[in-house]
Unconditional design. Sequence first.
Length: 287
Amino acid sequence: MHSVSQQEAAEANPVSRQEQTRFWRDGRFRDMECLSASFITHEFSPHSHDTFSIGAIEVGCQVASIRGMREHTGPGTLYLINPGEIHDGQPGTPGGYRYRMIYPDVALLTDIIEDVTGRAFNGTPSFGQQLLTDPDLARAFNLAHRRIETGEVAGLEGEESMYCVLATMFARHGSDIIRAPDHREPLAMRRVRDYITTHFDEEIGLEVLAKVAGLSRAHMIRAFRKQYFITPHAFQTDMRIRHARHLLRSGATPSDTALACGFADQAHMTRQFKARTGLTPAVFRAG
């Protein structure tokens, strides 16, 4: 397991922890991405992932928004965010927070469910609530996460610990089918979203999206934000970052990735990438 550490000075408050991140991929869990981080001033822009985002706060407080709800989260809170869910996060106290996250894909969670139940799982795993309080399970998750990060226990024990935590999470808080908002989404907004998804690497004007929706530009922006809790431009940027993650993970250079994803230059991509992941593209690529 290879890991990369990234530290950024937070000298303004000498008693606070340093703002830092550690990112790696664990081959025992289908190269699952893992993150431990302390953030004091960093604010995540609204973003989503192709994978689940599962984690817990160790110290401090984060303010997170998801599905139009804004909540303060601290120790004992679990993040159980489904793929594609738009969310953000900011420090909720002057001292910031420390948390641990993993990003398992749907196939991994399905494998674990099938192993635990001993039978085929024909649905698509999901969590009905994205931010919830479960202190015992949050502590168990943080312990399992530390074990796979530090290797403080034998390899099998660390693997087994995280495996059991994920199985328990689904048993307590999971459901069989990922939330499918398409049945309730206005058709016009679905067309706009699909258009941006298909053309995320191109320059798209508001006039084009308005025509796709059959609405005025101002009406289209309001309706899109109401439906998806994000503006069309922010959604396009998020799609670019999601694609950039795939390219960087496959070994593409940051400069080539920026070009392929439609960014003006590498510096622009780096700013947007860090705003949504807490990492620079170089750190993400090397992890």
